[in-house]
Design a protein around this ligand. Structure first.
Ligand code: SF4
Ligand code: MG
Length: 331
């Protein structure tokens, strides 16, 4: 399968009065056509900033410092805003955890949706309305004509999220970035929305970048996943491998913090102690050193490179430094 989206050495910072906040510190991965790729990490790990960088929605004082974002080989970072506007929606669309940030509260759903359709698809009003109703049906809304006449506040959270998805897919993007699309919803609705996204991926052959703090969501929806921490990728790989055999202590911690059924039938989970690193003054060594149960001397001193961890996987952790076990001294 071809590489649809390819990100290399992406660095995004925010230049605040206090100094440079290095939100994304050099990440790279690629997305294939039609795959669901997971990005997991705690809040503050840089996931959302990375997502916004991909779709060129970083606003000052934020700035993409370095790297490339290639869509079918073309570097989006070299494009003009006018061209990016065409790409946004048509080729890459995004849904966020807060649908209200994308919906105008004082404009009826139908008007908002048809405007997007008219702008991107160059059709008339009547045809746009027909497409809008059809889109709502496609995202599982049963009486679309009624809904189109409503205002956002008249709809439930799950319904608003469906409308958001309808808007996002209205121009058949090849890549859908879903940033915590279900976080604000209750568990049943969450499952429905995720079902809907899986369905769309199959019918529209859309690639989905699913961003979440929840490894459970990743397990059920993604083929591959990358684990982000402190603006960096800790490890990446097929979901099954990562779950069965995590190569990075942070991934291990995330897995332990997943709710499990114990013998007594009660849920238990072991949260990772401590807080993520301050990206205004990132640690010089491993970003996870302050919370990692395996921290060694070198971890505080030197940022680990990516080490080969076997089975074609790489991990940013000194534990996988083969030469370390041989007792070699590092400079
Ligand atoms: Fe833990 Fe050190 Fe590995 Fe970082 S490099 S994850 S601190 S063992
Ligand atoms: Mg976020």
């Amino acid at each position: 399968p071809e590489k649809l989206l390819e990100i290399e050495n992406l660095k995004t910072s925010f230049y605040t009065e206090a100094g440079e906040v290095q939100a994304v510190r050099g990440v790279g991965f690629s997305l294939k056509k039609g795959e669901v790729y997971g990005i997991v990490g705690e809040s503050g790990s840089g996931k959302s900033v990375m997502a916004k960088s991909i779709i060129s929605l970083i606003q000052p004082p934020g700035k993409i410092k370095e790297g490339s974002i290639r869509l079918r080989g073309e570097n989006l970072l070299l494009k003009k805003e006018k061209d990016l506007q065409k790409i946004r929606g048509n080729e890459i669309a995004m849904i966020s955890q807060d649908p209200m940030s994308a919906l105008n509260p004082v404009v009826k759903i139908g008007k908002q949706l048809t405007e997007v359709i008219i702008r991107h698809r160059r059709v008339g009003k009547k045809e746009a309305k027909r497409i809008a109703a059809q889109l709502l049906r496609q995202v599982g809304i049963s009486s679309p004509e009624e809904r189109l006449e409503q205002y956002p506040h008249e709809l439930s959270g799950g319904m608003k999220q469906r409308i958001m998805i309808a808007m996002a897919i209205s121009c058949h993007p090849e890549v859908l970035i879903a940033d915590e699309p279900t976080t604000a919803l209750d568990v049943t609705i969450q499952a429905q929305i995720l079902d809907l996204m899986r369905d769309l991926r199959e019918k529209e052959n859309m690639a989905i970048l699913l961003i979440t703090h929840d490894l459970g969501v990743v397990a059920q929806n993604c083929e591959r996943v990358l684990v982000m921490y402190g603006g960096l990728i800790m490890e990446e790989g097929p979901v099954k491998d990562l779950f069965q055999n995590p190569k990075h202590p942070y991934t291990e911690g995330l897995l332990k913090s997943l709710p499990k059924r114990s013998d007594t039938g009660k849920e238990r989970l072991i949260p990772i102690q401590g807080t993520p690193p301050d990206l205004l003054n990132p640690p010089k060594g491993c970003p996870f050193a302050g919370r990692c149960p395996y921290t060694m001397g070198i971890c505080q001193e030197k940022m680990p490179p990516y080490f080969d961890a076997g089975e074609g996987r790489q991990t940013m952790c000194w534990l996988h430094d083969e030469s370390r076990e041989e007792g070699e001294v590092h400079e």
